[in-house]
Ligand binder design. Structure first.
Ligand code: SF4
Length: 273
């Protein structure tokens, strides 16, 4: 039962928040995989989205703003048997944590990163975020934003992520499928979720109208095709790209083996005398 994978803590999100859809998809994904809660670690930063791990059964690490990804990478490197999931919002994930985002996508740790994107800072009452569209009027930008909104899917693809997908909180079935696939992927799986903030920027109707599904003949093995598709339509839903590549944990193990050398400790210490 999906309820078996919930922590029992009642969510405090506003009624209708898109993050409920992501919570549903995560608990169903964990149920489908069948990983016991004691082998699951969820890592969050700060913000409304970062409350999600608290509602799921398993170990949770609530880190500081923007630092969920390096913490999740460290957990996985220390114990590769764990299933590690990082959840961030758009401000947490690609503003404060933007540099970590780039390097995590490039390093390919075997973790899943779900970014719940509502294009504002919901927890602090709706200020503009890095994914806000150009000209958006918010409390912090009463004359409109001056930045073009960035697209986390394009950035993840450009940085080298080995699994990149986009879902919509209003498309529950599609989001469940993508979440399970992300959790099963071996390597860094980036799932961008369009998740409206119904209190400070309700884009639910707009997203329902704009959301499209990636073409059936989209080639998920081509990074350039994925980038082109993401740039052509910022509301395209589905799996953009997937690749089987060595994970950070495998590469670390190779370094450990190489660094051990012939294994003669006395000879090694003699080099420093
Ligand atoms: Fe969701 Fe916005 Fe409410 Fe935060 S403020 S819980 S993002 S609807």
């Amino acid at each position: 039962m999906p309820e078996d994978f919930k922590s029992g803590v009642p969510p405090v999100w506003c009624a209708g928040c898109g993050d409920y859809g992501a919570l549903d998809a995560v608990v169903r994904g964990l149920q489908a995989i069948g990983k016991p809660p004691e082998e699951v670690v969820m890592v969050a930063g700060i913000g409304c989205a970062s409350r999600l791990p608290g509602y799921v059964k398993g170990f949770r690490l609530h880190t500081v703003h923007g630092r969920a990804l390096p913490a999740a990478t460290g957990v996985k490197a220390a114990n590769p048997d764990l299933l590690v999931l990082a959840v961030t919002g758009d401000g947490d994930g690609v503003a404060i944590g933007g540099n970590h985002f780039l390097h995590t996508m490039a390093r390919n740790p075997d973790i899943t990163h779900i970014l719940l994107d509502n294009s504002v800072y919901g927890m602090t009452r709706g200020q503009a975020s890095p994914t806000s569209p150009l000209g958006l009027q918010t409390r912090s930008t009463p004359y409109g934003t001056l930045d073009r909104g960035i697209d986390p899917v394009v950035i993840a693809l450009s940085a080298g992520a080995t699994f990149v997908a986009r879902g919509f909180a209003g498309d529950i079935k599609g989001l469940r499928t993508l979440t399970e696939a992300a959790l099963r992927h071996e390597g860094v799986a980036f799932l961008h979720v369009l998740s409206p903030c119904v209190t400070f920027r309700d884009t639910t109707k707009e997203l329902r109208a704009a959301a499209s599904t990636l073409s059936e003949d989209h080639d998920t093995s081509s990074r350039s095709a994925a980038i082109a598709a993401a740039m052509a339509d910022p509301h395209g839903l589905g799996l953009y790209y997937v690749e089987d590549a060595p994970t950070l944990e495998e590469n670390l193990q190779a370094v450990r083996s190489a660094a051990r050398g012939p294994g003669d400790l006395g000879e090694l210490l003699a080099r420093f005398q």
